[in-house]
Design a protein. Structure first.
Length: 343
């Protein structure tokens, strides 16, 4: 069965460790202009049904570094605009002989559904409010670079937790790796099932970021909000903005993160976004290397560091098998065409 990357929740500590080591290894290789695996025989479909800048470009950049080819797809320019169902579109891409898919979609669970219809490796680039595994991996790599390890760190995730797949994937990853997670925000932006997520809930910013080593700020995701979830943006900012003043409550060497896009002046001020504690640009850059690792990991099932040596890519396994009858019909057609040419 093909390996997928659908979420962090079901990964083991070893899986996460392996993905992070691969990411760090790829980063070094790229920075030192050393060789990376050549996956030029693989074609990956980039399916972005929702807007994206960072995630989309970094997946494309990752594929480019690995010399993979990509087939780009957005719902607007496709047969979905003509009424084709999600499952029929995914099945079509399977028979277009793509080797794997990267998918972003507004529905939670869509990546898992795509994996069912596609059959080959699928990577979740963000599905609704569910998970965004490669964002969490990039964030973890960024934290490790600054703090050495994840274990024992106090990490506060601040803002619109309810609508955030980033909050969920980060909370699963960080708690699995031994960090202490806190969710901070107004009651209306906390999921009703908070007890199912790994972390402590704080409704007050001061207690929520008190002594934090890492603050992950979340965007207010207005496109997913129902009316009445926020009384006013100004009030929200006055209570929950991470800024010059509120940063005093965190640890002195606390780092500030944000998955982007940022609403400047709402969840963060310029000091938090651009100051010396901000690692937002490193998050963006590391996004490329964790996506290289993720593509490599799903496409080469038993992935090991490229030094050990690179596992051989088996194209046939990731392409849906041609039923014998199809091969026979193709052979017959070939014969018939050859015959008609002779005449
Ligand atoms: C996030 C997303 O799309 O979930 N952004 C991203 O991938 N960099 C967060 C957001 O949109 O707020």
């Amino acid at each position: 069965m093909a390996r997928n990357l659908l979420g962090i929740r079901h990964l083991t500590q070893d899986d996460i460790q392996e993905l992070l080591s691969l990411s760090a290894d790829f980063k070094l290789r790229i920075l030192e202009k050393r060789e990376v695996p050549n996956m030029s025989d693989q074609v990956v479909g980039m399916l972005f049904f929702e807007n994206s800048t960072r995630t989309r470009v970094s997946f494309e950049q990752a594929a480019h570094y690995l010399k993979m080819k990509s087939a780009n797809f957005s719902s607007g320019g496709s047969s979905m605009a003509k009424g084709e169902t999600f499952s029929d579109t995914i099945t079509t891409l399977r028979y277009e002989r793509l080797n794997g898919l990267v998918i972003r979609h507004r529905a939670s669970g869509s990546a898992a559904l795509a994996a069912r219809y596609f059959g080959g490796p699928v990577l979740n680039a963000g599905d609704g409010q569910h998970e965004h595994p490669t964002q969490a991996l990039g964030d973890a790599l960024t934290i490790i670079e600054r703090k050495g390890e994840l274990k024992g760190l106090q990490v506060s995730i601040v803002g619109d937790v309810e609508h955030s797949r980033v909050a969920r994937s980060n909370a699963w990853l960080l708690s699995k790796m031994g960090a202490e997670v806190r969710f901070v925000g107004p009651r209306t932006l906390m999921p009703a099932h908070m007890q199912m997520l790994p972390g402590e809930v704080h409704y007050d910013l001061r207690s929520g970021i008190d002594g934090a080593d890492v603050i992950i700020c979340l965007r207010l995701q207005k496109e997913r909000m129902a009316d009445g979830m926020l009384s006013s943006i100004t009030e929200y900012a006055s209570m929950y903005q991470v800024n010059r003043e509120s940063l005093r409550w965190a640890n002195r060497d606390c780092i500030v993160m944000h998955p982007g896009p940022i609403n400047r002046g709402v969840e963060v001020d310029d000091v938090a976004a651009d100051g010396e504690r901000s690692v937002i640009n490193s998050q963006i850059e590391n996004g490329i290397f964790v996506r290289m690792a993720s593509l490599y990991w799903v496409f080469t099932s038993k992935a090991k560091s490229p030094d050990s040596p690179p596992p051989k890519l088996r194209v046939a396994k990731t392409v849906p098998a041609q039923p014998k009858t199809v091969a026979r019909t193709a052979a017959k057609a070939k014969k018939a065409v050859a015959g008609s040419k002779k005449k």
